[in-house]
Design a protein around this ligand. Structure first.
Ligand SMILES: C[S@@+](CC[C@H](N)C(=O)[O-])C[C@H]1O[C@@H](n2cnc3c(N)ncnc32)[C@H](O)[C@@H]1O
Length: 282
């Protein structure tokens, strides 16, 4: 039986699912994610008055508010729900609530319980799962996905403290199942990067598997692509990034999203989870 169906049959829980973790956040920290979604998934957000949910917005509501603000150009009718498992953080966010448009509530991975059954078009959980155990990841992802509309998107990822570097898993709910759509690496080109630098902010499901065959080969191929770009005299960081992305796709055979504008903006979107995700289809 599909995992989402199994979870869908679970009894409703009144208590938030998860545990309190550190609440560190920063203004503009998740800008790169918001821009990536705007560039890639505007069609998902554009119709109706969809609900978007930020799970674990942190000690301040900044990144949740910024997310909505950035996507309002796609759809001015977006409604934001910020969920926090820490009651004090919910209280701190209340001054930013706006009736029927922006709400902050106590809640956990069981998004659907917090929305009284309404399903969200987009759910983001950023810098949250990194503080959990790897074994807790499948249930957390599937529980959040249970709160998505059909066709809705779940973004789970990690950034460095400033948001200069980000890595995201993007999942899509299709009927009663959840699909992994892409693993996205992002940079704002402020500093030179090596592919290995991303390894510290990989999704929790991947971070302890860097010696596994598929991640090892991918990062090695990426390193080689970058080194070829440098060897060819490319000194501009953006040009190096684009060239390495093209190498990964054209020479190494990786399914990198071919849209030039994504690479140019600093996004390497790999349509491969690099590890089997048996829990998605079990
Ligand atoms: C490091 S902060 C991330 C803040 C913000 N998303 C960011 O990336 O800057 C993690 C937050 O997630 C919250 N959190 C942890 N587990 C949670 C859960 N299961 N549901 C809701 N919030 C959770 C913590 O209370 C904490 O405030």
């Amino acid at each position: 039986m599909n995992s989402l169906l199994k979870l869908g049959a679970m009894p409703r829980r009144t208590r938030p699912v998860g545990q309190p973790t550190r609440g560190k956040t920063a203004l503009n920290r998740l800008r790169q994610i918001d821009v990536f979604i705007a560039l890639t998934y505007a069609d998902v957000l554009s119709s109706g008055s969809p609900l978007i949910v930020d799970v674990g917005y942190g000690a301040q509501a900044w990144t949740a508010l910024e997310m909505r603000e950035r996507w309002l150009t796609i759809n001015p009718r977006l409604r934001l729900l910020g969920l926090e498992i820490d009651a004090e953080r919910v209280a701190v966010a209340q001054p930013y609530a706006q009736q029927s448009l922006i709400e902050f509530k106590l809640g956990g991975f069981n998004v659907r319980d917090a929305t009284n059954g309404e399903r969200a078009r987009m759910i983001r959980a950023y810098n949250v799962l990194r503080q959990y155990e790897e074994t807790e990841v499948p249930a957390a992802i599937l529980t959040m996905a249970n709160g998505l509309e059909d066709g809705g998107i779940l973004i789970e990822g990690t950034s460095n403290p400033t948001g200069r570097m980000v890595v995201s898993d993007v999942y899509r709910k299709v009927s009663t199942s959840l699909r992994h759509e892409m693993l996205v690496f992002g940079t704002n080109f402020r500093e030179a990067l090596e592919p290995v630098d991303f390894q510290t902010i990989l999704p929790k499901r991947l971070i302890h598997h860097m010696r596994d065959d598929a991640p090892l080969r991918f990062f090695e191929a990426w390193r080689r692509g970058l080194s070829i770009a440098k060897g060819a005299g490319r000194t501009n960081l953006r040009e190096q990034w684009i060239s390495a992305g093209n190498y990964l796709r054209d020479q190494a055979g990786y399914p990198i999203d071919p849209r030039e504008r994504l690479l140019r903006r600093g996004y390497l979107a790999l349509r491969d989870p690099l590890l089997p995700l048996a829990w998605l289809d079990s």
